[in-house]
Design a protein around this ligand. Structure first.
Ligand SMILES: Cc1cc2nc3c(=O)[nH]c(=O)nc-3n(C[C@H](O)[C@H](O)[C@H](O)COP(=O)(O)OP(=O)(O)OC[C@H]3O[C@@H](n4cnc5c(N)ncnc54)[C@H](O)[C@@H]3O)c2cc1C
Length: 537
């Protein structure tokens, strides 16, 4: 069984089902998706979490694994620019995928960095070739797995931070920020995340940035639909309150209502720190004493506000656009991109406040998601749907969010209005916000970490929670808390690792064939990679 229906849990269910296992997914909340849940409010559709879809072949692979054609289930739209980055001095940088446009922007912003960027991108490519291609979907539960990769890590300078490496190639501070913010997308501080995470830069350049038609939630629904077709039930409102262990092996789980669900294998998709500390007794997990669990450093948390705005997508005086990627040049905010990052006045110091000092600063850097700039159907005609995200300290800060939530939301909206969306507050039609309490409560994450353990060298690969539990036979982990780490590509890779650590079933249960639109072997996925064409019975 799989506990949790985040992307990692759903992908795990697919992979196990493709191996021939019977599978059920137990989800605590009323809807699947975890961090990729969807809020419907006043006619607006808000993706709660992931919005930047990278390495889309990993999603396609899941459909191929069960003999389905992903194009029968969801459609991805490319996003250009990947991100628009705004700086306090009024300058802006469009981070795009193609070399020529990217280099001409670097040339315009800082001519002396063109050569440095070209060398940096080669380094990012080399890191990707090892850190992603060779390691991301490999198990790391033996120390020897780690020893094997140490020489490569040293050769690639993984002991340096992302910022440390970028600054040795790039001199303009704004460009350094553009090229180092990516670890933040997976909960890492660019000043402490190992430079191996520079691979994200090449991953985005190589495969692009995508957005699903209908929002990220449409992909979650597609996965649930496909799982249903192959006999996998995603059972919501089923919180697991105990992992049952007998003689060093798992025998199933107990739910909040006392129901027992038996099974020889439990794949836990939630926070491993939560699983070990709250769902098992210390005697059942000698490798993870309470003291050892307390030493795990959780990632930062987030404040996210979801809101809609009236008549801002519509050209002034004109009809509401309905086509995908509408022309917004005559809309109220003509320069608004799908993904915008507003850099605050402080970079290193702000990150230090968030990650180390754990204080809530007055200044902020924000990420703004405006999905209606790609798909207008996510809001009532003519309106925009948004979320704005501000990284904040996790709950080890002691911040009492009940006292700060309203004030912080006002501060975020004021900053948005000042830097990006003039007249914003007069146009807001609906709004809701989440803060670290949401990650701690609804998503059952210790300390309200938004991305599992912080991605630092001492919490990566073998040093991260293992995909196969150390002490309990039949217990496995997938998702952000385990190897390789957070982010949709990371958690999809964690599910791939299962194929290498979960034994094949004694008796294989055949996957029902698709009625139409089978995935022909050899067909290429959206980005040109060969889909893995596992045969299904
Ligand atoms: C606001 C936000 C924006 C993000 N943006 C991006 C982005 O643009 N691109 C990107 O690649 N990544 C992004 N990420 C990161 C990415 O969303 C996550 O790393 C990834 O979705 C986590 O997936 P997961 O498999 O770890 O499961 P989660 O999504 O964490 O889901 C775990 C599930 O397990 C359930 N669960 C936990 N405990 C139990 C229990 N005891 N019993 C039953 N169920 C339980 C939870 O309810 C939850 O549904 C973002 C994250 C956030 C929060």
């Amino acid at each position: 069984m799989v506990v949790g229906s985040g992307f990692g849990g759903l992908a795990a269910a697919v992979r196990l089902r493709a191996m021939g296992h019977p599978v059920v997914v137990l989800e605590a909340n009323e809807q699947p998706g975890g961090r990729a849940s969807v809020w419907h409010r006043d006619g607006y559709t808000f993706d709660a979490g992931p919005t930047v879809i990278t390495a889309p072949y990993l999603l396609d692979e899941l459909f191929a694994a069960l003999g389905r054609n992903p194009r029968d289930y969801y459609t991805l739209e490319s996003v250009d620019p990947f991100y628009r980055v705004l700086f306090p001095d009024g300058s802006r940088f469009d981070y795009v995928g193609d070399d020529e446009r990217l280099l001409s922007q670097i040339q315009a912003m800082s001519p002396r960095d063109v050569d440095g960027y070209q060398r940096l991108v080669k380094q990012a490519q080399a890191i990707f070739d090892t850190g992603y291609t060779q390691l991301a979907d490999q198990p790391f539960h033996r120390f020897s797995d780690m020893l094997r990769v140490v020489p490569d890590m040293i050769r690639l300078g993984s002991y340096r931070s992302v910022y440390g490496m970028v600054q040795s190639y790039i001199r303009d501070e704004r460009l350094r920020q553009v090229l180092t913010f990516e670890p933040l997308l997976i909960g890492g501080n660019p000043f402490t995340a190992p430079s191996i995470y520079l691979l994200i830069h090449w991953l985005e350049r190589k495969w692009g940035v995508w957005f699903p038609r209908g929002g990220t939630g449409a992909v979650v629904s597609a996965l649930v639909r496909m799982l249903d077709e192959v006999g996998v039930e995603v059972r919501c409102n089923s919180a697991v309150t105990r992992i049952l262990v007998q003689g060093g092996k798992t025998v199933g789980v107990e739910l909040a209502d006392g129901t027992r669900v038996d099974g020889q294998a439990v794949v836990y998709n939630g926070d491993p720190t939560f699983a070990y500390s709250k769902l098992m007794s210390p005697a059942e997990r000698p490798s993870w004493s309470n003291a050892a669990l307390a030493r795990v450093k959780p990632s930062m948390s987030l404040f996210v506000s979801y809101f809609g705005t009236k008549d801002t997508l519509r050209p002034v005086g004109g009809p509401a656009p309905t086509s995908i990627k509408p022309d917004t040049s005559k809309s109220v905010w003509p320069d608004l991109a799908h993904h915008t990052i507003i850099m605050g006045p402080r970079y290193r110091e702000l990150l230090d406040d968030i990650f180390e000092k754990k204080t809530l600063a007055d200044d902020m850097s924000l990420y703004i998601h405006a999905p209606t700039r790609t798909d207008p159907a996510l809001a009532p005609p003519g309106d925009d749907a948004f979320y704005v995200l501000s990284p904040v300290p996790n709950q080890r800060s002691g911040i009492k969010w009940e006292d700060h939530q309203a004030r912080y939301q006002d501060a975020v909206m004021a900053e948005l209005e000042r830097r990006l969306l003039p007249g914003l507050r007069d146009r807001v039609t609906t709004q809701m916000s989440v803060d670290p309490r949401y990650f701690e409560g609804r998503l059952r994450t210790v300390d309200g970490a938004a991305f599992g353990p912080e991605p630092i060298l001492t919490q990566s690969a073998w040093l991260r929670y293992h995909n196969r539990a150390d002490d309990v036979g039949g217990l496995y982990f997938v998702g952000a808390g385990t190897h390789p780490g957070a982010g949709v590509p990371g958690v999809l890779c964690s599910a791939k690792v299962l194929e290498r650590v979960v034994p094949a079933p004694a008796e294989r249960i055949a996957v029902p064939p698709v009625l139409s639109g089978a995935w022909p072997s050899g067909l290429r996925t959206v980005e040109g990679e060969q889909a893995s064409s596992r045969s299904v019975a």
